[in-house]
Design a protein around this ligand. Structure first.
Ligand code: FES
Length: 173
């Protein structure tokens, strides 16, 4: 993903069209902040200060408002994440069902700690709070895909697939 500076930040053609559609769905520009931030993150990979300032300017709102929202919601990333962003639930049920062992396995397998990103940009790891799927703990979310009832064997298969460039279908593991 190319590096963007304040002067070069702009939605590409596809995101601009989606941004315009989004604006039409809200009574005022500022109300479209969350979806606009999501679009920006999708394009730029993270929400740097410059990206937040760009989104705020497009919505004619104060940059601090965009900053506050981006800092509050964990779905928004202030730092660049890997192509495969591993989000391991660390909450009670998942902990009881073995997420700490999975954490150690992942750290060892990809060589990063929570908050880290591999030098090749392939993986990043984040420990998250309850993913809302406690009945199928332990749970890992990779990008937007949930993997449930994770075992070390299934974790190995996920990482192997990711290394080949594809996220496996959870049903296929
Ligand atoms: S505790 Fe992990 S999904 Fe709820």
């Amino acid at each position: 993903m190319e590096k963007h500076t304040a002067a070069t930040i702009a939605f590409d053609e596809e995101r601009e069209a989606r941004f315009q559609r989004t604006l039409r769905a809200y009574p005022e520009k500022g109300a479209a902040l969350l979806p606009a931030l999501w679009l920006a993150q999708e394009q730029f990979g993270s929400l740097s200060d410059d990206v937040l300032a760009y989104v705020a300017s497009r919505l004619e709102c104060a940059p601090v408002k965009a900053f506050a929202v981006a800092e509050f919601y964990t779905m928004y990333k202030r730092e660049r994440v890997g192509r495969f962003h591993l989000q391991l639930c660390r909450n009670l049920t998942c902990s009881l069902m073995g997420s700490e062992k999975l954490r150690a396995f992942i750290e060892n397998a990809v060589g990063i700690q929570p908050g880290g990103r591999t030098p090749d940009g392939l993986f990043s790891l984040e420990l998250v709070e309850c993913l809302g799927s406690c009945g199928t703990a332990p749970v890992l979310r990779v990008n937007d895909t949930y993997f449930e009832n994770i075992t070390i064997e299934r974790m190995k298969a996920i990482l192997e697939n990711c290394r080949k460039g594809t996220l496996p279908d959870p049903e296929s593991l």
